[in-house]
Design a protein around this ligand. Structure first.
Ligand SMILES: [Zn+2]
Ligand SMILES: [Zn+2]
Length: 429
């Protein structure tokens, strides 16, 4: 046998071995995601029942006692290690895969809202004045579902998955407190993921790198209580108008437009890309000799945040009220959800590889009015926050969070469990 042929045979042999190994890897990967799909379908009805139980028994921020007990029992039954000494009524379920890998966290919120809106469902809230109007009941059902699906695939699972059930999201306290807790530094996940169900079409998954929402700030303007009611009204309108910037006269405050294909989040020229808006209702009230105006503003561009206070000062000056002005300050400055660009891109690629190109819908805008304390986790570890569609327009179901008619198509639980079980499975490697 001459040397060249030997070399050729060696090359062919190496190539074939690699091809076979790659082929088998791909094959076992397909089998895993098929098993995730089947397992999700098997538990779907049960997850719907779990969600409805949470929906009927909502608990406000700081009071998630029953919710905690139910989650804890479920995770223990799945064989997960459970920690509750994390903050408030929080629960962390720890699932160890049989194979070596990364430490990945998944976050789901637990609290409900102080609402009393009419609810046409058969599983209405049994607690007067408290409702799951943000969809956290859906998030918990999805997280429980992912825990179950991944627990059943434990033998092929790489790394450790931490299921963080977080209390007190609506008050923006829970995530911050958890990240400050010693136990969190002990877990020290490498990456964190989470989602929010919202008014997009059911099952649609949307994400973008960096800011998912506009920066949310609450300003307090204080001036001497010497202006007439008419003057205050006029001044308020002027301040509000000075705090509006939108593309070509568009109306980014009309949040229902986020799903509009021409101007909504999926369009690269969306009106939700570059704006500054102030909420409609300024809260104006007097206290002793001081008149206060409190207002929430939403700015998409971090670099322009520094212009907000000087803009208001200018309005006061232009209208000869400068001598009445006492102070302008921020009374709320929450961090905003910032998706790690590399992890966002790799997550989109992973999901598109498993479920087909275009499975994840690109998001080009920043949603106004909303924010999530998931931002605190992202300050500590890189993470990605997804939006999951829960609306079914044909059925008249619109999952606009906090709105009086908020309703969710429960099919999104199936999409959420299947998709993110696959993602976390791949991310652990
Ligand atoms: Zn909310
Ligand atoms: Zn929420």
């Amino acid at each position: 046998m001459n040397k060249q042929i030997l070399l050729l045979l060696l090359v062919v042999n190496t190539f074939c071995t690699q091809y076979i190994v790659y082929g088998q890897g791909k094959k076992s990967e397909i089998a895993t995601h098929e098993s995730i799909r089947l397992e999700t379908d098997k538990i779907f009805e049960r997850l719907v029942q779990i969600r409805r139980d949470f929906h009927e028994n909502p608990e406000l921020a700081g009071k998630e006692k029953r919710t905690q007990e139910i989650i804890k029992k479920y995770l223990l039954d799945l064989g997960l290690q459970v920690e509750t000494d994390i903050y408030g009524y929080g629960v962390v379920g720890i699932l160890e895969g049989a194979k070596k890998g990364k430490k990945i966290a998944w976050r789901a919120e637990m609290d409900a809202l102080p609402n009393d809106f009419p609810d046409k469902s058969d599983f209405k809230s049994k607690v007067k004045g408290v409702q799951h109007g943000c969809g956290h009941d859906i998030h918990m059902a999805i997280a429980i579902g992912i825990a179950e699906v991944l627990a059943k695939n434990k033998k092929s699972l790489h790394g450790t998955v931490y299921f963080i059930f977080q209390p007190e999201e609506e008050t923006f306290a829970g995530a911050k407190k958890i990240t400050e807790n010693e136990i969190f530094s002990k877990f020290k996940p490498d990456e964190i993921y989470g989602l929010h169900v919202t008014a997009l079409p059911v099952g649609q998954i949307m994400v973008k790198p960096n800011e998912m929402f506009a920066y949310q700030k609450e300003i307090r303007i204080q001036f001497k209580n010497t202006l007439s009611a008419e003057e205050v009204k006029e001044l308020t309108v002027k301040i509000r108008n000075s705090l509006v910037r939108s593309k070509n006269g568009s109306k980014p405050w009309e949040i229902q437009s986020i799903t509009d294909p021409k101007i909504g989040l999926t369009n690269p020229n969306t009106i939700f890309k570059d704006y500054l808006i102030a909420e409609e209702n300024f809260r104006a009230y007097s206290k002793n000799d001081v008149f206060r105006i409190d207002a929430e503003v939403y700015e998409t561009d971090a670099a322009r945040l520094k212009n907000i206070i000087p803009t208001i000062e200018q309005v006061m000056k232009d209208n000869n009220y400068a001598s009445h002005l006492l102070s302008i300050m921020y009374i709320k400055e929450n961090p905003t959800v910032l998706n790690d660009p590399n992890l966002t891109r790799s997550s989109i690629n992973t999901l598109d590889n498993i479920y087909g190109k275009g499975f994840v819908t690109p998001d080009y805008g920043q949603v106004p009015y909303f924010n999530d304390d998931f931002a605190y986790f992202q300050q500590k570890i890189p993470g990605v926050y997804f939006l999951l569609g829960g609306s079914n327009f044909e059925k008249g179901i619109i999952a606009m969070n906090h709105a009086p008619n908020f309703e969710v198509d429960e099919e999104c639980i199936r999409t959420g469990v299947r998709t993110f079980s696959s993602l976390l499975f791949q991310k652990g490697k």
